[in-house]
Design a protein around this ligand. Structure first.
Ligand code: UDP
Ligand code: MG
Length: 324
C-alpha cells in the first residue's frame, strides 16, 4: 500500500448539487497523478441535504472522510476542523462550489515540490460578480500593503500547503482569509500560481457585506497575530505610554498653574481630560501585560465536532494525548 500523499479538505455549506461532480473530477485528476489521497469534506451545518449526499459518496469512495460540525460555524472553523483531521503530509483546500477547479491541483503540488510551504491558486481572471471582484481587489491591496505580504489573491479557496502550516495556524472568525499572511509571518515560504476559475453553477454564494465588515475587524486581529503576536506589550504598551504621558503632561501643567497662581484658572475640562488620558494609558499598559500572560497559555482552538467518519481516535483524546 502506497503512503498517503495528499489530504483534500473541502468546507461544505449547502452545496448539495456540486458534491457529486466535484468528487468525480477530483478522483479523475488524482488517479491520473497516481498518488494516494483522502478527501475530507467538512459539513459546516448544511441544511440542504449535503450531508446525506456526502454519506452516499463515502459509500462509493473509500478515501472519503466526513466531519460534521454541530451547526454552521463558518469557513474558518470548517477548514480548521479539516486540518486537524488531515493525515497526509500535504493538504489541499478547495471550495465545494466547483468554482475552484480540481484540474489545477497538480500545478499547485508541483510548485510545492519546489520547496514552498504554501502555494495559492491566484484567480487572475475571476468569474464572480463585479462587486466581489472589486471589493476583493481593495481587500488584497490593503492587506498586502499593511502586512507586507506581496500576493495577488489572498482569499482564494484553492491552496496547497504542508501539513505543518495548517496545523500551526489557528483559524476562527474570518481568519481563513488571512492564511497566507499568517503563514508568512510564521516564517513559512508562501507563493502563488495562476489558476483558472469557474462561475458558480449550483447553490448560492455565502459572501455578503456582513462578511466584509467582519473581515475588516479580523484584520486587526491579524495585525496583532503577526506584527505583535509575540509582543503584545509593545502594541498596547506603546499606545498606553503615548496616551498616558499626554495625560500626565496635562496634569503636571495644571499642577504648575496651581502652584504659580493658586488656582488652575478654570481649566477644569482640561483637568478631566488629563486624568482620563492618564487612566486610559495605564489601562492600555495593563492590557498589554495581560496579553503577555495570555500568549504563554496559547493553544490551538478546535471547533466543536459532533462526529467524524470514520471515527477518529484523536477526536476524543486530550490535546496532550493526540497523535501527531
Ligand atoms: N462555506 C462554509 N461555511 C460557511 C460559508 C461557506 O463551509 O459558513 C464554504 C462553502 O460551502 C464553499 C466555500 O466555503 O465551499 C466558499 O464559500 P462561497 O462560495 O459561498 O464563498 P465565495 O466563493 O462566494 O466567496
Ligand atoms: Mg465560491
Amino acid at each position: 500500500m502506497k503512503e498517503l500523499f495528499v489530504s483534500i479538505v473541502i468546507p461544505v455549506f449547502n452545496e448539495r448539487d456540486s458534491l457529486e461532480p466535484l468528487m468525480a473530477r477530483i478522483n479523475h485528476v488524482l488517479k491520473e497523478m497516481k498518488v494516494n489521497y483522502e478527501v475530507l469534506f467538512v459539513d459546516d451545518g448544511s441544511t440542504d441535504g449535503s450531508f446525506e449526499v456526502l454519506c452516499k459518496l463515502r459509500e462509493r469512495n473509500p478515501g472519503v472522510g466526513i466531519i460534521q460540525l454541530r451547526r454552521n460555524f463558518g469557513k474558518s472553523a470548517a477548514l480548521s476542523a479539516g486540518f486537524w483531521a488531515a493525515q497526509a503530509p500535504v493538504i489541499v483546500t478547495m471550495d465545494a462550489d466547483l468554482q475552484d477547479r480540481p484540474e489545477e491541483i497538480p500545478k499547485l503540488l508541483a510548485k510545492l515540490e519546489e520547496g514552498y510551504d504554501m502555494v495559492l491558486g491566484w484567480r487572475k481572471n475571476r468569474r464572480d460578480k463585479i462587486f466581489k471582484r472589486w471589493s476583493s481587489k481593495v481587500f488584497n491591496s490593503v492587506v498586502s500593503a499593511l502586512s507586507g505580504v506581496k500576493l495577488h489573491d489572498m482569499n482564494t479557496g484553492l491552496k496547497a500547503m504542508r501539513r505543518e502550516v495548517a496545523q500551526e495556524l489557528t483559524l476562527y472568525g474570518e481568519l481563513h482569509r488571512f492564511l497566507p499572511v499568517l503563514a508568512q509571518w510564521e516564517g513559512f515560504k508562501v507563493t502563488e500560481v495562476e489558476v483558472k476559475h469557474s462561475p458558480r453553477i449550483y447553490g448560492r454564494s455565502k459572501y455578503g457585506i456582513g462578511k466584509l465588515i467582519r473581515s475588516a475587524l479580523d484584520f486587526l486581529t491579524v495585525l496583532l497575530h503577526t506584527r505583535y503576536s509575540r509582543r503584545p506589550l509593545h502594541f498596547f504598551g506603546g499606545i498606553g505610554l503615548a496616551i498616558g504621558s499626554a495625560g500626565i503632561g496635562i496634569c503636571l501643567y495644571l499642577l504648575s498653574l496651581r502652584l504659580l497662581y493658586g488656582s488652575i484658572l478654570h481649566r477644569y475640562p482640561l483637568l478631566i481630560g488629563g486624568v482620563m488620558l492618564a487612566i486610559v494609558g495605564m489601562q492600555m499598559i495593563s492590557i498589554g501585560l495581560l496579553g503577555e500572560m495570555i500568549i504563554r497559555e496559547r493553544r490551538p482552538i478546535i471547533p466543536p465536532i459532533r462526529k467524524t467518519f470514520p471515527p477518529n481516535q484523536n477526536a476524543f483524546a486530550k490535546p496532550s494525548q493526540r497523535q501527531p
